[in-house]
Design a protein around this ligand. Structure first.
Ligand code: C2O
Ligand code: CU
Ligand code: CU
Length: 505
C-alpha cells in the first residue's frame, strides 16, 4: 500500500517537474544552460558530461573492527568517463569513494539504489538545480536509477554527499552512506597548498557496537529522538583508533563532522594551536588560529598542520576535549594519532592571503526572515512551529530568485530537553555568518565552545547554541524550485526539523 502511494507520487512529481522546466525554458532564455532540464529516469542526450560516475547503494559487510565483519550500507563508485583520480575508494572502509571534481566541469552521476528501502543522494554544499539536489521527493526504490547532471559551480572546497530520503537520513548515514566531494579550482591551485598524499580528508563519526561488532542505532528511541544519536566511540574514515604516518612537513587536513548528532571539540593533546585555512565553502581570505576546533554535524574545517619542527618517531594525538553543554555534554574521546614516520626535505610555506571570497554586503539584503528553532511537544522539532511536508512551503518561505536576504536562526534554548545546539544547514548557495548574539542564559554553554568556532568564510551549516540568535547573509539563485533548510542533527531532521524554501522566478 505504502509502495503504491509512493510510486504514484514519484510519477506525479516527475510530470510536475517536466512542465515547470518547460515553462522556465520558454520564459528565461538566458538561463536555459544553467537549468539543464532533465527527466528523472534517463540521461539527457544534449548534456555532454566531462565526468561520468556510477554510484550504487549496496548492502555489504566490512571489517570495521579487526577480525569481524560489520553489516553496513554503503556507496560504491565507478568512473565511467574522466581522469584517473576522480573516484578514489577509501580502502578498508564503509565510506563512499572520495570524488574529486573541478569547478566548471559538467558531471553526470548515475545513482542506483540496491537497498531494501528508498534512497536518494544529496551533494551537501553544492549549488545545483532543485531536481539535482537529492530532495526526498525524488527518492528511488530498489533497482531504480536516478541520473544527476549538473555543472560544478562551487568554489574549491571540502563538500560531501549523503542520502536524504524522508525520515530515513539518520539511519542511512549511520549505516555507512557518506563520502567526500572535493572541488578544486584555479584560484586554489595557484597557491601551491599541500596536495596528493599531503592533503588528507578526515571524517569523524561516532558509532556504538554490540557484542557481535554490529552497529547499534536507536534513532527511534525516545531519548535519541529528542537529543539525537550519540555513539560511544569515534571512527575516523570508518576506522577505530585511527593512526596516520606522516612526514615532517606541512599537510592539509580536511575535517568533516559526519556524525548524526555529536559535536566535537578537537584539540592536540600537547596544546598545539590550529591554523584554519578553510570552512564549509572553501578557503578563507586569510588563515585564522584557534586553540581548539568546535565542529558541529556537517561542518567542515580545513587546517594547515606543519609537522616540520617535529622529530621522527614522535607522535601527536588528537582528541575531542570534554565539554559541558546542557544535554549534549561530551566526555573526552581519542580521535587519531599522527606519527612522524619520515624525514622530509619538502618545505611549504603558508600563504598569508588565501582567497578572494567576494562576500555580499549587508546593505544588499532586501529583507530579514526569522526562523525559530523549537521543540514540538511530543512530536519532535520544528522551524517556526512547522514540520517538514514533502512539497509544502509557506508564504514566508517563498523567495524571489536572485534576491539577497538575511536569515536569522533563533534558538531560545529553555529548560530541560530543549536546551540543545542546532547546526542549521541551508541547501543551495553558501552563506556568510554576519552576527551571533548570546543571551545571558546561554553564555555558560557557549563559553565551553566559543573559542573553537570559526564563523569566517563561506558556510552552509552554522552552529546555533541554546540561547543564541545567528544571522546569515546569502543569495538565493540561480535555480528555481524547492530547496531544503534544516537542522543537521540527523535525528532532529528526521523528526521534522526541516522545511522547504521555494525560489521563484
Ligand atoms: Cu547534508 Cu540537507 O543535508
Ligand atoms: Cu545539504
Ligand atoms: Cu536540531
Amino acid at each position: 500500500m505504502a509502495e503504491i502511494t509512493r510510486r504514484t507520487f514519484v510519477k506525479l512529481a516527475g510530470v510536475g517537474m517536466a512542465s515547470t522546466v518547460l515553462a522556465a525554458c520558454g520564459m528565461n532564455r538566458d538561463n536555459t544552460q544553467q537549468l539543464l532540464p532533465q527527466p528523472v529516469s534517463t540521461p539527457s542526450a544534449d548534456f555532454v558530461p566531462d565526468v561520468e560516475i556510477a554510484l550504487r547503494a549496496i548492502e555489504d559487510r566490512v571489517e570495521v573492527r579487526s577480525g569481524t565483519q560489520t553489516d553496513v550500507w554503503r556507496i560504491e563508485g565507478n568512473l565511467i568517463k574522466g581522469d584517473d583520480g576522480v573516484v578514489v575508494p577509501v580502502a578498508g572502509s564503509y565510506l563512499g569513494p572520495t570524488l574529486h571534481l573541478k569547478k566548471g566541469q559538467k558531471v553526470r552521476i548515475e545513482f542506483t539504489n540496491e537497498l531494501p528501502e528508498v534512497s536518494i543522494i544529496h551533494w551537501h554544499g553544492l549549488h545545483v538545480p532543485a531536481d539535482m539536489d537529492g530532495h526526498p521527493q525524488y527518492a528511488i526504490d530498489k533497482g531504480e536509477t536516478y541520473y544527476y547532471e549538473f555543472e560544478v559551480l562551487n568554489r574549491a572546497g571540502t563538500y560531501w554527499y549523503h542520502p536524504h530520503p524522508h525520515g530515513r537520513t539518520g539511519p542511512q548515514v549511520y549505516a555507512g552512506m557518506a563520502g567526500f566531494f572535493i572541488i578544486s579550482d584555479d584560484e586554489e591551485s595557484a597557491l601551491g597548498l599541500p596536495t596528493g598524499d599531503y592533503d588528507i580528508p578526515l571524517v569523524l563519526q561516532d558509532r556504538t557496537f554490540d557484542d557481535n561488532d554490529q552497529f547499534v542505532y536507536n534513532g527511534g528511541g525516545m531519548m535519541d529522538q529528542m537529543i539525537g544519536f550519540l555513539g560511544d566511540e569515534v571512527l575516523v574514515n570508518g576506522v577505530p583508533d585511527f593512526a596516520l604516518d606522516v612526514a615532517n612537513r606541512a599537510y592539509r587536513f580536511r575535517f568533516l563532522n559526519g556524525s548524526n548528532s555529536r559535536m566535537y571539540k578537537l584539540g592536540w593533546s600537547d596544546g598545539t594551536p590550529f591554523t584554519v585555512i578553510g570552512t564549509d565553502g572553501g578557503l578563507l581570505e586569510a588563515p585564522v588560529t584557534r586553540p581548539y576546533l568546535t565542529l558541529a554535524p556537517a561542518e567542515r574545517l580545513d587546517i594547515w598542520v606543519d609537522f616540520g619542527d617535529r622529530s621522527v618517531d614522535t607522535d601527536m594525538k588528537l582528541v575531542s576535549l570534554p565539554f559541558d553543554n546542557g544535554n549534549m555534554n561530551s566526555p573526552e574521546f581519542p580521535i587519531l594519532t599522527a606519527t612522524i614516520a619520515r624525514q622530509s626535505t619538502d618545505t611549504a610555506t603558508l600563504p598569508s592571503q588565501l582567497s578572494t571570497p567576494n562576500f555580499f554586503d549587508i546593505s544588499q539584503a532586501e529583507q530579514t526572515r526569522e526562523v525559530v528553532l523549537a521543540q514540538r511537544m511530543g512530536s519532535g522539532w520544528s522551524l517556526n512551529g512547522r514540520q517538514f511536508e514533502m512539497t509544502g512551503v509557506a508564504e514566508e518561505e517563498t523567495i524571489r530568485r536572485g534576491s539577497i536576504e538575511i536569515w536569522e536562526f533563533i534558538n531560545k534554548g529553555g529548560g530541560g530537553m530543549s536546551n540543545l545546539p542546532h547546526p542549521m544547514h541551508m541547501h543551495g548557495e553558501s552563506f556568510k555568518v554576519i552576527e551571533r548574539q548570546t543571551s545571558s542564559g546561554g553564555q555558560t554553554a557557549w563559553d565551553t565552545l566559543s573559542e573553537g568556532v570559526v564563523d569566517e568564510g563561506w558556510k552552509d551549516t552554522v552552529l546555533v547554541m541554546p540561547g543564541q540568535r545567528v544571522k546569515v547573509l546569502r543569495r538565493f539563485g540561480d535555480f528555481t524550485g524547492l530547496f531544503l533548510y534544516h537542522c543537521h542533527n540527523l535525528e532532529h531532521e528526521d523528526q521534522g526539523m526541516m522545511r522547504n524554501l521555494e525560489i521563484k522566478a
